[in-house]
Design a protein around this ligand. Structure first.
Ligand code: SF4
Ligand code: SF4
Length: 428
């Protein structure tokens, strides 16, 4: 049977919901259903609740909000669904309604406004916040807070452990730089640097640039780029996401790029779906369509281009955790595996249930920490069973979560992005 075609339009219509035929084939692919075995926390149950709220049969109250909040938006159900339900579209619409119509408690409201509207769109504010966090991490305050049990008292111990370690030098300083290829130029690409990644994943960006240039790519890092808006879009804060999309479309316009690359699957999904943020009659819609035709995950692009750099042996067993937005959002499964297998000496082993989210899911590990840690515990148990010293993935959020998992559960595994392992293998 041919797969069902997407239903056009960013706002779901009756047919979008009606595609769910209640077969239940998605249930065991849903991390929250697997955790709690509750219909209300399954894709099918959530779709049913959305229909009831849309039809006005059930009011939009805290019960509905809770079940939608607990969804990771991992879209694993989309991959499993034989009926072509576009669950991501449905849940993002539900979240937009919640953002518009439901009054969250004061703290949650303030934090959301602060993060999505006052912090992420402003690189200089991200840099300032990162410097404060770096001071906390390097000055000894962190050790004191952990050692005295102050974090536990405040109920912040688990969340604090999931914070990224802030870089010594921020990648913001590299915006506006062009990196020449090694040898003959095979392509001219733009690197999308994201927001938090500029202060917590500078080394990953540098690895990405080294791998790309070693494989014949000229890499441009456009200066005016901003956060992709994924976190805002997933939280239902549509206007903030639209504004960021507008500015990114401008920043990458007319660069004559063969591709626009990202090493963050969450950003990639949103960049590839920028057209969903605009109505077809808006001028940005056509620009978003042209833009999305160029966007590629870096693993997807390298696997398609073919590696030309000489690789040295990395004698290790390696396993791989799929990023939810790469596998389920962008349907990219083979490319990262292909790249890992291409490294001489790598013994690749599949991670059981690698398609199930590790619990990172944007800010899910901060907002739903308990569920996130339960998913992480299961993930690390399977990771341990692979006996692979290296656990690879393809998204900064997953890197953070899995690194915390390796430490918490003592697996002793090194957690690397696929391009970091490739960088290690490239003969310098
Ligand atoms: S697999 Fe698809 S059609 Fe079946 S219950 Fe899940 S969402 Fe509905
Ligand atoms: S997006 Fe993920 S967590 Fe949400 S219903 Fe689908 S499978 Fe479950």
């Amino acid at each position: 049977m041919a797969p069902a075609q997407p239903i056009p339009g960013a706002i779901p219509v009756y047919e979008d919901y009606a595609r769910c035929v209640h077969c239940g084939l998605c249930l065991n692919h849903c991390p929250t259903y697997r955790l709690w075995q509750l219909e209300a926390d399954s894709p099918r149950g959530r779709i049913r609740q959305m229909i009831l709220v849309n039809e006005g049969q059930v009011p939009l109250l805290s019960g509905f909000v809770e079940h939608i909040d607990k969804c990771l938006d991992c879209r694993s159900c989309e991959t499993a669904c034989p009926s072509g339900v576009e669950y991501g579209k449905l849940v993002e619409h539900a979240r937009a309604r919640i953002a518009a119509e439901y009054r969250r408690p004061w703290f949650s409201r303030t934090m959301r406004k602060l993060v999505f509207e006052k912090l992420l769109p402003f690189p200089e504010r991200i840099a300032t916040a990162a410097k404060l966090l770096r001071f906390y991490q390097r000055s000894g305050l962190q050790s004191i807070a952990r050692g005295t049990g102050a974090l536990k008292l405040l109920g912040l111990a688990d969340r604090e452990r999931l914070l990224p370690r802030i870089d010594d030098e921020f990648f913001f300083n590299k915006l506006g730089t062009t990196y020449p290829p090694t040898g003959q130029r095979r392509a001219r690409v733009a690197l999308f640097a994201g927001c938090i990644a500029n202060v917590a994943f500078s080394k990953l960006h540098e690895s990405t640039i080294r791998v790309l240039t070693a494989n014949g790519c000229e890499v441009v890092v456009p200066r005016e780029q901003l956060c992709c808006g994924a976190l805002a879009a997933h939280a239902g804060v549509g206007e903030a996401a639209r504004d960021l999309a507008r500015r990114n479309l401008k920043a990458f316009h007319s660069g004559n790029f063969d591709a626009i690359l990202t090493n963050a699957a969450g950003c990639g999904s949103t960049l590839k779906e920028y057209h969903h943020l605009f109505a077809p009659e808006e001028p940005e819609y056509a620009r978003a369509q042209a833009f999305r035709s160029l966007v590629r995950d870096v693993t997807e692009y390298l696997a398609g281009l073919g590696l030309s750099a000489k690789l040295q042996r990395v004698a290790s067993r390696v396993t791989y955790q799929d990023s939810r937005h790469l596998l389920h959002g962008q349907k990219v499964r083979e490319a990262p595996r292909q790249l890992l297998r291409a490294i001489p000496g790598v013994e690749f082993v599949e991670l059981p249930y690698s398609d199930i989210c590790c619990g990172s899911a944007g800010i899910y590990n901060v907002t739903e920490t308990e569920a996130s840690l339960a998913l992480l515990a299961e993930k690390m148990e399977y990771a341990k069973q692979t006996h692979a010293p290296i656990l690879a993935t393809a998204n900064p959020g997953c890197l953070l979560q899995l690194r915390a998992g390796a430490e918490l559960h003592g697996t002793g595994q090194e957690v690397l992005h696929v391009v970091e392992l490739l960088d290690r293998a490239i003969e310098k």
